[in-house]
Design a protein around this ligand. Structure first.
Ligand code: NAP
Length: 285
C-alpha cells in the first residue's frame, strides 16, 4: 500500500514559512506583498478558488485586492483593470481567474499582465524562461507537484516520468520541471497510441487530463509514484483522474483528491507573489 502524500500538511508547513518570511520582510522594508485577483462571472467553482486564494493571502500576511466583474464585462474593462494593477506599486502579483466566461478570450487578455507580476506563470515570457532552464515565476500547479514528489523523498533523477496531458497550464510546464530534475520525460495526450504501455513503463506518473478515474491500476508499474492533478465533479463530489482506491495498492506513493495537489497550487501562488515582492524591494531571492 502506497505512502499517501499529504498535500494539505505540506502546504500548511510552506505557508507558515512564507508567513514568517513576510513578517521579517515587513520589519525590514516596511512593506508587504500584494496579490490582485480578477474574476469575471459567477462560476461557483471559480468563486470558491478565488475565495481560497484571498483567504490564503490574508493568513500569510499579504495585501490582497479582489476585483469581481459580471459575466457580461467587456475585454477592454478587464485590460484597463490589469494596466492599473500593473502600475500599482502595492501589487506584486496579478492573476485572472480562468476560465473566463464566453466570449471573453483569455489569450487576448492575459498578455496585458506585466510579466514580472505574472504569478500564475502562464505568460510566454515566464514559460519561455522555464523552457530555457532559467525559471522565475513557475506555473503553480506543476511547481506544487515537484514539491510533493520531493516531500515523499522520491528520486526523480534518471527515472522515467510520464505526464498525461499537454496543457500550457499543467502538462507542458510539468514536463519541463521534471526534465530539470533530470527525469526522462514522456508526454501523453489524446492522440497518444499505446498510452497504457507507455504509462506502465513510468516510475513517476502525473495525471492532468480532466477525466475521472482515467488512470487505472492495470496501467501502473509496481512501486510507481502517482500524482493526481485532476479535479472532476462526480455526483457532486470532487474526484481525481486516478482510480485512487485501486492504484494505491500498486504505487509506492500517491496523492489523494482532495488534499493532494489542490492545496499546493495556492501555496505556490503565495510563493510566487513573495518572490515578485522580494525582487521589487531588492531582498535576496
Ligand atoms: P486541459 O487543458 O483540458 O488539458 C487536458 C489534457 O488531457 C489535454 O492535453 C488532452 O489532450 C489530455 N487528454 C484528454 N483526454 C485524453 C485521453 N483520453 N488520453 C490522453 N490524454 C487525454 O486541462 P488542464 O487545465 O491541463 O487540467 C487537467 C486537469 O487538472 C483538470 O481536471 C483540471 O481541473 C485539473 N487542474 C487541477 C489543478 C489543481 O490545482 N489541482 C490546477 C489546474 C488543473 P489533447 O491536448 O490531445 O487534447
Amino acid at each position: 500500500m502506497a505512502y499517501i502524500i499529504d498535500g494539505k500538511a505540506l502546504s500548511q508547513k510552506i505557508r507558515l514559512d512564507i508567513k514568517k518570511e513576510t513578517e521579517q520582510l515587513k520589519n525590514q522594508y516596511g512593506k508587504i506583498p500584494g496579490l490582485a485577483v480578477i474574476i469575471a462571472g459567477e462560476d461557483p467553482a471559480s468563486k470558491v478558488y478565488v475565495k481560497n486564494k484571498i483567504l490564503a493571502c490574508q493568513e500569510a500576511g499579504f495585501f490582497s485586492v479582489h476585483r469581481q466583474f459580471g459575466a457580461d464585462v467587456d475585454a477592454e474593462t478587464l485590460i484597463r483593470t490589469i494596466i492599473e494593477l500593473n502600475a500599482d506599486d502595492n501589487i506584486d502579483g496579478i492573476l485572472v481567474q480562468l476560465p473566463l466566461p464566453k466570449p471573453l478570450d483569455g489569450d487576448a487578455i492575459l498578455p496585458f499582465i506585466d510579466v514580472r507580476k505574472d504569478v500564475d506563470g502562464l505568460s510566454a515570457f515566464q514559460q519561455g524562461l522555464l523552457l530555457q532552464g532559467t525559471p522565475d515565476l513557475i506555473s503553480c500547479t506543476p511547481n506544487g507537484v515537484i514539491e510533493l514528489i520531493k516531500s515523499a523523498g522520491k528520486e526523480m533523477s534518471g527515472k522515467n516520468a510520464v505526464v498525461i496531458g499537454r496543457s500550457n497550464m499543467v502538462g507542458k510546464p510539468m514536463a519541463m520541471l521534471l526534465l530539470r530534475e533530470n527525469a526522462t520525460v514522456t508526454v501523453c495526450h489524446s492522440k497518444t497510441e499505446n498510452l497504457k504501455e507507455t504509462v506502465k513503463n513510468a516510475d513517476i506518473v502525473v495525471a492532468a487530463i480532466g477525466k475521472a478515474k482515467f488512470v487505472t491500476a492495470d496501467m501502473i508499474k509496481d512501486g510507481a509514484v502517482v500524482i493526481d492533478v485532476g479535479m472532476n465533479s462526480v455526483d457532486g463530489k470532487l474526484c481525481g483522474d486516478v482510480d485512487f482506491e485501486n492504484v494505491k495498492e500498486k504505487a509506492s506513493a500517491i496523492t489523494p483528491v482532495p488534499g493532494g495537489v489542490g492545496p499546493m497550487t495556492i501555496t505556490m501562488l503565495l510563493k510566487n507573489t513573495l518572490q515578485s515582492f522580494k525582487r521589487k524591494v531588492g531582498a535576496s531571492l
